[in-house]
Design a protein around this ligand. Structure first.
Ligand code: WQD
Length: 344
């Protein structure tokens, strides 16, 4: 009997890649998603990639009764991977209340329902933004949590505290918090990738849409930071490497290998790359010239952050193995496939 895993936000960018890896590892996956930032066709593409069609229910994690009914309908869910959240730094500065409601109440609903339906584990999609601008780089899990620079980052900090306090209160819940850095790239099949609704907020989809001619020009949000070339530095990790870390985390919880009820891991490559370096890496990896211009800074942006992934490497036996050129080529192949499919 396959173990059942609930993936919230499972038609999203990271969620869909994680569903495929879970299926490859023998898990039965149930996806819920409100389709606010993804299309239901992703379920078809997951099936094309893995050969297994996951269960899909359109559902918003803000809908407590809907969640309760879902757990009752699909009995025996052993653990949850919770991706469903709003995730754009810039947008969160403009719409803080949307971010606080969506990102906090969704998690609270799940945590309240887990004990009632004997769901014992949760893997939470956290973010390096909880560190704010680290004093020391690369950043380890022991780095102090600093004041978030955006409402989005603050929701991730509060989410982590909600989980810790819930577990500390004696709730029968085990948790692993995965602090992502910057997921980019696409599945090697080019059937799954990042396709946000509307104008992309994240760098790579905007970059590849510019390269293919959908967008006229990429704006580089500032080159006056205190970095070697003045642009922000990030730790860009292939989304499939990130997805694999989630399967290891689920295995760890279900096999009761955790060393504490709440564990935290940085899921990054350990390599910092600036926005301008990434642009040049894209051009050399794909042979495609990119039209970009330097503009003003974006509110909420961290100047520079990249991971020290040693703890995850050693403790989880996980390592990001894809180099940035191959990662960027996968993002470009995805963009070309979207064009071929007449989607963009
Ligand atoms: C990266 C860099 C921008 C767009 C956030 C979350 C993180 C994760 C990814 C969910 C920044 C610059 C961007 C553009 C640009 N969320 N940029 N022009 O803000 O680092 O991370 O999204 O998975 O948790 O914190 O990602 O891709 O928006 O920006 O110059 O058109 O690219 O200023 O320096 P970010 P991003």
């Amino acid at each position: 009997m396959k173990k059942r895993i609930l993936v919230t936000g499972g038609t999203g960018y990271i969620g869909s890649h994680t569903v495929v890896e879970l299926q490859h590892s023998g898990y039965e996956v149930i996806i819920i998603d409100n389709l606010s930032n993804s299309g239901v066709d992703v379920v078809d593409n997951i099936e094309k990639v893995s050969g297994i069609r996951p269960v899909f229910e359109e559902l918003d994690c803000l809908d407590y009764n809907g969640l309760d009914a879902l757990f009752a309908k699909y009995k025996g869910i052993e653990a949850i991977i919770h991706f469903a959240a709003s995730k754009a730094v810039g947008e969160s500065v403009q719409k803080p209340l949307l971010y606080y409601r969506n990102n906090l109440v969704s998690l609270i609903n799940l945590l309240e329902l887990m004990p009632e339906h004997q769901v014992g584990g949760i893997v939470f999609s956290s973010s390096c933004t909880v560190y704010g601008q680290p004093d020391e780089l690369p950043v380890t899990e022991k780095a102090p949590i600093k004041k978030a620079e955006s409402p989005y980052g603050n929701t991730k900090q509060i989410n982590e505290e909600i989980i810790r306090d819930t577990v500390a209160s004696g709730a029968p819940v085990n948790a692993i918090l995965l602090r992502y850095f910057n997921p980019i790239g696409a599945h090697p099949s080019a059937l799954l990738g990042e396709l946000p609704n509307g104008v992309p907020q994240n760098l790579i989809p905007y970059l590849t849409q510019t390269a293919i001619g959908i967008r006229e020009k990429l704006s580089v949000f500032g080159d006056d930071y205190n970095t070697p070339d003045g642009s922000c530095i990030r730790d860009f990790i292939h989304v499939v490497d990130l997805a694999k870390a989630h399967v290891i985390a689920i295995d760890r919880i279900l096999q009761k290998k955790q060393k504490s009820d709440v564990e935290v891991f940085n899921i990054g490559t350990g390599r910092g790359l600036s926005v301008l370096e990434l642009i040049h890496a894209f051009e050399s990896a794909t042979g495609v010239k990119l039209n970009y211009e330097i503009t003003g800074r974006r509110a909420g942006d961290i100047e520079q952050v990249w991971a020290d992934p040693e703890y995850a490497n050693k403790e989880l036996g996980w390592k990001a193995g894809t180099n940035v050129e191959d990662t960027l080529r996968s993002a470009w192949a995805w963009q070309l496939k979207l064009r071929e499919r007449g989607i963009q």
